[in-house]
Design a protein around this ligand. Structure first.
Ligand code: PLP
Length: 394
């Protein structure tokens, strides 16, 4: 069951931070499962624990087929390869996301087309997608920010009508739902992250979800250095050979053993995170009513995994002021994505003239993430809320 693995990182201690943004959480059985993996004598990919992770993730998220990868970045790269993207192609995605959503597309020579986000969920604004479609568009990569679903019915309808593939970047959304369906199970393909900042972790890790069975055989090949080794392991061929360009997108059994201990506790971890989010919402709602800040929005159709908790301040100066006020008191609250469209690489991709995305630009200057991890003590959370209140009363 839920246990505290210890204190914050040495970096936090050295910088005077008492309440960090994140602390990796240890569910309890990680080390004994790693020991078991060692005793079983298979430490490379797709051993006993990897198979159990695959089955558990398929059952809990509803994704048709799940394959562990070394990271969500790797899973997104595999997805872009499976979409057969090339230099003639464009892909629609939000700019308010982690670099990996876009770099997977650019690695294949395709062009990312950044579209603005919604004011409420901070996800891809589905009402702007159709205007961004051209004869070159091949896919849409929605991102489920903070574990809250993008408007998947509309996105999938637009994709169907325009013969586009949908790849969900569900890095933050393992265990979240949209209209009762698990995120990661809705797009043709999807990617999960198990990085130490996520809800369920193994240090670095991820998974590719394959919901369209026509991608399974190629995914197995791309993931295993471009070979048909998986077919060989199943006895379907008498040797394995190089079939197409792939890479090493498999995950070590040691990571899988660690991850399985976490996935077994999905429910209790999610419950604990939901309590933390509910506390913040309850105790900060007064400031929202006074118009001082905005709390996260979870539309009624969405069930969130409580991945992170963010505030939207009225302007950048207030956000930065609150961030440094909290830091002065040993509390680490931080901003999030720096928009990709006007990053140095985004600007270069746009030939020096990136589109303007007003909501993305405004949100990135006003958003602040609060400390959020299972071991956050009630007194610590009370202190975070108290310091936020002080800031507005000064
Ligand atoms: C939306 C999104 N996509 C992809 C990633 C990359 O995940 P990983 O670190 O597992 O490669 C992240 C990481 O935080 C993310 O937030």
């Amino acid at each position: 069951m839920l246990k505290d693995p210890g204190s914050a990182s040495p970096t936090s201690a050295q910088s005077g931070i008492r309440i960090p943004l994140n602390k990796p959480f240890i569910a309890g059985n990680e080390l004994s499962y790693i020991r078991e993996a060692v005793e079983r004598g298979q430490l490379a990919a797709d051993g006993h624990f990897a198979r159990r992770c695959h089955e558990l993730l398929e059952a809990s998220t509803g994704a048709a087929r799940v394959l562990l990868t070394p990271s969500c970045t790797a899973a997104l790269e595999m997805a872009a390869m499976l979409c057969d993207l090339g230099p003639a192609d464009e892909v629609i995605l939000p700019s308010y996301t982690f670099v990996s959503t876009a770099s997977a597309i650019v690695r294949e020579g395709a062009t990312p087309i950044f579209v603005d986000i919604r004011e409420d969920t901070l996800n891809l604004d589905e009402t702007l997608i159709e205007a961004a479609i051209t004869p070159r568009t091949r896919a849409i990569f929605p991102v489920h920010y903070a574990g809250v679903a993008s408007e998947m019915d509309t996105i999938c309808r637009i994709a169907r009508e325009n013969d586009l593939l949908v790849v969900e970047d569900a890095a933050q959304a393992v265990g979240s739902r949209y209209k009762g369906r698990g995120l990661g199970s809705i797009g043709d393909l999807a990617a999960f992250s198990f990085h130490e900042t996520k809800n369920f972790i193994c240090g670095e890790g991820g998974a590719l979800c394959i919901n369209d069975s026509r991608f399974v055989a190629r995914a197995e090949i791309i993931r295993d250095k471009g070979t048909d080794r998986q077919r060989f392991f199943r006895g379907e061929t008498d040797r394995y050979t190089w079939q197409e360009l792939g890479s090493s997108y498999v995950a070590s059994e040691i990571c899988a053993a660690f991850l399985f201990a976490q996935l077994e506790e999905m429910e209790s971890i999610t419950e604990r995170r939901a309590e933390i989010a509910a506390y913040y919402s309850e105790h900060l709602s007064g400031l929202e009513r006074e118009g001082r800040l905005r709390l996260p929005c979870v539309p009624p159709d969405c069930e969130t995994n409580a991945h992170l908790y963010h505030l939207l301040l009225p302007d950048e100066a207030t956000r930065d002021g609150l961030m440094s006020h909290l830091r002065t008191h040993g509390i680490l609250a931080v901003f999030h994505y720096v928009p990709l469209h006007d990053s140095p690489m985004g600007t270069k991709l746009a030939g020096g003239r990136p589109a303007r995305l007003p909501v993305t630009e405004s949100v990135s200057r006003r958003l602040l993430r609060l400390p959020f991890y299972c071991q956050l003590e009630p007194l610590e959370q009370e202190e975070v809320v108290g310091r936020i209140r002080d800031f507005f009363e000064r």
